[in-house]
Design a protein around this ligand. Structure first.
Ligand SMILES: C[S@@+](CC[C@H](N)C(=O)[O-])C[C@H]1O[C@@H](n2cnc3c(N)ncnc32)[C@H](O)[C@@H]1O
Length: 274
C-alpha cells in the first residue's frame, strides 16, 4: 500500500463500508473480545481503530474503563464518533499511532483489529507504544497470515490480469505485512515486548448476505480490497470481463443466503515488562 492511502481514498471507502466490514470481520471480533474479556484493564488504546467497532465493544464489556481509539483517517474517525454518542468512556483521536501520546495516559491494554500492519517502521512504532504503556500492559491484536492462506485475497487477485498481481512482502506496509511469524516475533522482541505469542485463527469472512448474497459480495469487493484496487486500474472491457469472473467465483462460494470465504489470521499477544 502507498503511505497516505488510509488518510485519503482507502479510508473514505472503508468509512462508507463500515457496516459490511464489521459483518465480514465479525468472527474475528468475537475471538478478540473473548481474549480481552478475561484481562484486567482500565486504560485502553485501540490502534488503527477505524470506525470504532472494537473500542465500542470493549466499552460495553467494561464501561468503567477509559478507551482511546487512534486512527489516521478522518473519514473513519467521523464514522467512529457518530457511533459513539452514548459511550462516554470512549474518545477517538486523529493521530499516527507510531507517534501518539495523550498526556500521562498509560494504557494497560493495547489492542487492534487489523490496524497495526501499516507502520512504515513497525519496530519503532511498537517501541514507542511499549514506552508509553503501563508496566505489564497487555497487548492483543490480529493481523492476516500468508496471502496464500486467505482465498478472499489470493483467489480474487488471481482473477485479475497477471500484470496487476503485486505479491505482498514481509514487513512492507499492507494487509499481509505481519504474515511471517518469526519476523513479527523478532520485531516485537526488539521493540521491547515480552512473552509474544502468535496463534493461528481462521474465520468465515462474510462477504455477502441476504436475498442476493452474490450481488452483495460483488459490490462489497468492488468497493474495498484487492478486487477494487485492481478493477480501478482496468479499462472498460477488461473490467467487465473481470467483474464477470468475480461474479462466477462468488456464485461458486455461495451457501444459501451467504457468501463466505476463509480468512486466516494471527492473534498476537504480548506484554510490557513489570
Ligand atoms: C484494516 S483497517 C482496520 C480498521 C479497524 N481496526 C477495524 O477493524 O475495522 C486499518 C486501519 O489502520 C489505520 N491506520 C493505518 N496506519 C495507521 C497509523 N500509522 N496510525 C493509526 N492508524 C493507522 C487505517 O486508517 C485503518 O483505519
Amino acid at each position: 500500500m502507498q503511505v497516505g492511502e488510509w488518510e485519503g481514498r482507502v479510508g473514505r471507502k472503508w468509512a462508507a463500508e463500515w457496516r459490511r466490514t464489521d459483518r465480514s470481520f465479525g468472527g474475528l471480533t468475537d475471538e478478540l473480545l473473548a481474549r480481552i474479556r478475561v484481562l484486567p484493564f482500565s486504560k485502553v488504546l485501540d490502534v488503527g481503530c477505524g470506525a470504532g467497532e472494537l473500542s465500542l465493544a470493549v466499552s460495553r464489556i467494561n464501561s468503567a474503563s477509559e478507551i482511546i481509539g487512534v486512527d489516521i483517517s478522518e473519514d473513519l474517525l467521523d464514522a467512529a464518533r457518530s457511533r459513539a454518542e452514548s459511550h462516554t468512556n470512549v474518545v477517538f483521536e486523529s493521530s499516527n499511532a507510531a507517534q501518539w501520546s495523550h498526556g500521562a495516559f498509560a494504557p494497560d491494554l493495547i489492542m487492534s483489529r487489523h490496524g497495526v500492519m501499516f507502520f512504515e517502521d513497525p519496530t519503532a512504532a511498537f517501541h514507542h507504544l511499549a514506552g508509553l504503556a503501563a508496566p505489564n500492559c497487555r497487548m492483543v491484536f490480529s493481523c492476516f497470515r500468508d496471502v496464500a492462506q486467505n482465498p478472499w485475497a489470493s483467489e480474487i487477485s488471481d482473477l485479475l490480469p497477471a500484470e496487476l498481481s503485486d505479491p505482498p512482502q514481509s514487513m512492507v506496509p499492507g494487509p499481509f505485512a505481519f504474515a511471517d511469524k518469526d519476523a513479527v516475533l523478532d520485531m516485537l522482541a526488539q521493540a521491547g515486548w515480552q512473552n509474544a505469542v502468535m496463534e493461528p485463527f481462521d474465520f468465515a469472512y462474510i462477504a455477502g448476505a441476504g436475498n442476493d448474497p452474490v450481488a452483495d459480495a460483488l459490490s462489497y469487493f468492488l468497493a474495498i480490497g484487492p478486487a477494487s484496487r485492481g478493477a480501478a486500474l482496468l479499462g472498460p472491457e477488461q473490467r467487465a470481463q473481470f467483474v464477470g469472473r468475480l461474479e462466477d467465483y462468488l456464485s461458486k462460494n455461495r451457501d444459501g443466503n451467504l457468501v463466505a470465504l476463509r480468512a486466516a489470521t494471527w492473534i498476537v499477544t504480548a506484554n510490557t515488562p513489570d
